[in-house]
Design a protein around this ligand. Sequence first.
Ligand SMILES: Cc1ncc(COP(=O)(O)O)c(C=O)c1O
Length: 361
Amino acid sequence: MLPIVKVALPAADELMPALEKTLYSGQIAEGEQVYEFEKQFSEKFNIKNVLAMSSGTAALHAALKLCGVEPGDEVISTPMTAEPTNLSILYCGAKVVWADIDPQLGGMDPESVRSKITDKTKAILCVHYAGYPVNLAELKSIANQHGIPLIEDCAHALGALYAGKHVGLVGDYAIYSFQAIKHMTTIDGGVLAMANPEKMEEAKKFRWFGMLKGVPRTEVNISSVGYKYNMNNVVATIGQIQLRNIENVLQRHIENGKYFDEMFAKVAGVDFAKCDANAEPSYWLYTLLSDESEDLEKALNAAGISASKLHRPNNYHSIFDGSKTDLPGLDKFYKRLLHLPCGWWVSDEDRALIVETVKKG
Ligand SMILES: Cc1ncc(COP(=O)(O)O)c(C=O)c1O
């Protein structure tokens, strides 16, 4: 079967010497390799004020806390995402308020967000689902109008652009994930980015037990709760090697995604996700939309292609029962959704077979 997601690791002769060097350097916890990874990530994607974290989930928790989200507050979020997006809101003791999603995109509908704002709203958390950027211009304008911070969950969207810049640069905070099956993996890991450099110190303390590195342990004073959310040198070494080749990986996702857009535009009865004109997706997964999604899934599976939905809308979980509301946009999108493999492992022959199979229906 052609898999829908696949782990991308660098060639052993590139990765192993670097890994071995770090492993036996005597410095395997957070240190120079982590700071070097942060520098390289920042330069590669032109994203300032970045902190390497143990996971994307840790970065989400940090972003929400830096926005001042406390028990009893509300965070407007999307149900069409992986669960960590919304569990991180519960970590803060806050209430998830669902915005509906744009059924043609899979991301938050800005008008729904506007209608959900109350005086308890502490943050808006959007997700560039499957690598397709949401309408950031609208969301940022709503956020600014109400003085509420915007967080971008870019876990699926490394390499996606909005208004010509990498996603994560419009919001007040952005998070990236390097979990096993993402565009780029460090096994587990993440990055937290923030627009305001003055927040860096607070973020560093949150990342590591409420302490700053470099201050002698016998002199440091912990005055706020911090977690063990730091990246370590071993993980950061994998990240550095991954960054060398990341353009090629991203490029193939994008090439395949654009190919599918072009081909499916000519096929009757199928549709696909569409962003606003400012956005350039990085197609972590390809988002096909069809009223016949179940039949297409069967036909593709029979042809040796694993195509499916990947996530359960988070509002279906009973832990979020307190947030129940009607979400017609979500229901429509989810019913019609079929993810197709789109990444670096999908060859020209594979993608042609996918299109042929969908055409036959
Ligand atoms: C949309 C989304 N946000 C956040 C996360 C959390 O990232 P991590 O697994 O690195 O904690 C994931 C997935 O893993 C995700 O898919």
